[in-house]
Design a protein around this ligand. Structure first.
Ligand SMILES: Cc1cc2nc3c(=O)[nH]c(=O)nc-3n(C[C@H](O)[C@H](O)[C@H](O)COP(=O)(O)O)c2cc1C
Length: 321
């Protein structure tokens, strides 16, 4: 199925697969590894707190490269004027401003941010309107099926967001109560395109070309957003795109290439965060990259406790599948 490009406001998006935001994960380094394979997918930064941005905190989160376009910067917060300011500040570098209305973490919802906005839909709409007024860029929203199983308001919420001016939406097919557990319910979205004309991306549990196809067929939406599936597999989005275009499955990269990708990941994180900062930051990725290799548990332990760059490289070089 060769699918035509999508238009998110004025931005043409040639791929039906996007990278979903992940805090502490989808930094410029990971996005570059994904872009190495997928030339067209919409990439998304991790969430950037509007309040932190006002205090000029942001640092590495704000780093990006020109080849990343189309690139959405995701902002979080609950104060319309502050979200508007944050959007304005990021407008010189973003293709799209994405608003986080899905984060389930206690610390975030306690302050009324993230998925708490699904409990205050009028405020969520005011945020979209304020952000739209503050920037010429298209504005997208990311939310869940609802806050709890008994309060699944995604349909009304989606309509409200569209009416407020949202140019696209990504829906994580879980409730806030589910956090990241249980199975994502793609079928919940099956009627949403009867009501919503802007592009809709379904999200949750897409880990392969086959699950991506099943998700799109079950949800009837325009595209899919992939988060955890890219961990250790920066080629996944490209493989899904290839499957959508040709109906053919290509294998994931072999272990030798994966080791080269880990080294690149590590080296680039060190450039971004300094030697020790980069080494420690990259630790969270090793288990995903080396999953399934011979002796993975011992290797994982060695990699996530080692502070010496040379020793880490030696461990990686010892891996041969
Ligand atoms: C470590 C981690 C960090 C995340 N950070 C964000 C974030 O900053 N903004 C956001 O909208 N969603 C965030 N998410 C949610 C993902 O974008 C996605 O909705 C969720 O993981 C379900 O998709 P998946 O099954 O493909 O992982 C995060 C998820 C994980 C696992």
């Amino acid at each position: 199925m060769t699918l035509p490009s999508l238009k998110i406001g004025s931005v043409e998006v040639k791929s039906r697969v996007m990278l979903a935001p992940m805090a502490g994960i989808t930094d410029v380094v990971l996005r570059q590894l994904i872009r190495k394979y997928s030339k067209n997918c919409l990439l998304t930064t991790e969430m950037i707190s509007s309040e932190a941005l006002m205090q000029k905190k942001g640092g590495e989160i704000l780093e990006y490269k020109e080849n990343e376009y189309p690139l959405a910067f995701q902002i979080s917060g609950h104060k319309p004027f502050m979200m508007a300011k944050a959007a304005k500040m990021l407008s010189d570098r973003a293709s799209i401003i994405d608003i986080n209305m899905g984060c389930p973490v206690n610390k975030v919802v306690k302050g009324g941010d993230g998925s708490a906005l699904m409990k205050t839909p009028e405020l969520a709409a005011d945020i979209v309107k304020a952000v739209k007024d503050a920037t010429e860029l298209p504005v997208s929203v990311k939310f869940r099926l609802g806050y709890t199983a008994d309060t699944k308001n995604y349909m009304e919420f989606a309509k409200l967001m569209q009416d407020a001016g949202a140019d696209a939406m990504t829906i994580h097919c879980r409730t806030r109560s589910q956090m990241y557990g249980g199975k994502a319910d793609w079928s919940a979205l099956s009627d949403i395109k009867k009501e919503i004309s802007v592009p809709v991306f379904a999200n949750g549990d897409i880990i392969s070309p086959e699950t991506a196809k099943e998700c799109i067929e079950t949800s009837n939406v325009d595209g899919v957003a992939v988060a955890r599936g890219v961990l250790g597999h920066p080629d996944l989005i490209y493989r899904i795109e290839h499957y959508f275009e040709t109906g053919k499955i290509i294998d994931s990269v072999d272990i030798k290439t994966r080791i080269e990708l880990i080294k690149e990941h590590l080296n680039e994180e060190i450039k971004l965060r300094g030697e020790l900062g980069g080494i420690r930051f990259t630790r969270k990725f090793y288990p995903f990259y080396i999953r399934g290799v011979h002796g993975a548990p011992a290797l994982r332990h060695a990699l996530v406790t080692e502070d010496s760059y040379d020793k880490i490289i030696n461990i990686l070089d010892s891996i041969n599948g």
